[in-house]
Write a protein that binds this ligand. Sequence first.
Ligand code: TYM
Length: 334
Amino acid sequence: MENNQEKKQTVLSLIQPTGTPTLGNYLGALKNWKNMSDGYDCFFGVADLHSITVRPNPADLRRRTTEMYALLLALGLDPHKNTVFVQSHVPAHAQLAWILDCYTQFGEASRMTQFKDKSEKHPDNVNVGLFAYPVLMAADILLYQTDFVPIGIDQKQHLEITRNIADRFNGLYGNTFKLPEPFIGKSGAKIMSLQEPNKKMSKSDTNPKAFISVLDDDNTIMKKIKSAVTDSEARVYRKDGKDGVNNLMGIYSCCTGKTDEEIEKEFDGKGYGDFKNAVGEAVCDELRPLRDEYNRLISDKAYLAECMKEGAEKASYTAERTLKKAMKKVGFLQ
Ligand code: TYM
C-alpha cells in the first residue's frame, strides 16, 4: 500500500525559544501547525540558533528550549508522525546557512525590516548574526524541500528573501531547492497588542497587560481581555480605525471559527462588556487543553529527551540529503 500513496507535501516552521509564546504566536502560527500536522509531511522546530542573536543567559536558553519543545508536543503534534526537533541538534542548518550567506547580497539583507527594527531597538548589539538571521531561516526552510511555511505576517519578508536566494542558487547550479510558499491564515496573521492595538502583540512588551501568554490561567486571561483598549462607540463591527475591536474580533474568530458577519450579529445591540466576556471565555477554552497538556509533559524530561533525539535523527536524515547536494553543486570535494 505504501507505494501507492501519493507523497505528501512538506510543511516546515520554527519558533524561537525566547519565552512563553503569546496568543499571537499561537493564533498566527502554532494553531495552523497543529491543523496541518495530519495532511502534510511536517517538520516543526525550536529555533535556538536564531535566539542567540540577543545573547540569552545560557541556563535560560536551555530551560526555554525544553519548555518550547514541550509546548509544541502539548499542541498535539505527534512526535513519531511529525518531525519535531531542536534546530541546533541538526548541524546541517548552520552548514547550509554559511553556503547561502555567500549567495545573499549585503543590500538585500540590509533591506529586511526586522533587521532594521531590531538594530534600532538594540543599538549596543547589532551583531553579524542578527544581519544574517534571514539566511539561516532560508537554510531551515530549503533543507527540507518545503512546500508551505505556516507563519504570521511579520515573517513574510523572510520568506521572500528565501525564495530569492533559492532562485539565484538554482539559476547558477540547476535545480537544487524547492521554492517555498508562505501559509498565512486569514484572521490570525497579525494579532495586535491589547493595550496599543496598532502594534503587534509581542512577548517582549514591557506591559504584561498588552499580551496573553499561552500559559496564562483563566483568571488572568479574562482580566487582560477585559482591560483591552477599545473605543467609545460601544458597537461591535469591523471598520478601519477601530483597531482594538478589530483585533478582538480577529481573536474571537480564530477561536470560534465564526465570521465577522456572525460576530456582528451575535453582539448586535450589546455593549463591549458582553463582547469581551465572550472573547475571554473563547480564549480560555482554546488555551486550557494546551496548558493542561503542557503541565503534564514538562515534568517528564526523559520523554522529552527521547522525542528530541528521534526528531534530530529524522530531521538530519532529510536535511543532510539537501546539504550534500548543495555542497556538491558548489564544488566541495566529496
Ligand atoms: P517567532 O519566534 O518570533 O514567532 C513564531 C511565529 O509566530 C508568529 N507571530 C505572530 N503571528 C500573529 N500575530 C502576532 N502578533 C505574532 N507574533 C509572532 C511569527 O510570524 C512566527 O510564525 N524567524 C522566526 C522563527 C524561524 C522560522 C524559521 C519560521 C526560524 N526559522 C523557518 C519559519 C521558517 C521567528 O522569529 O518567529
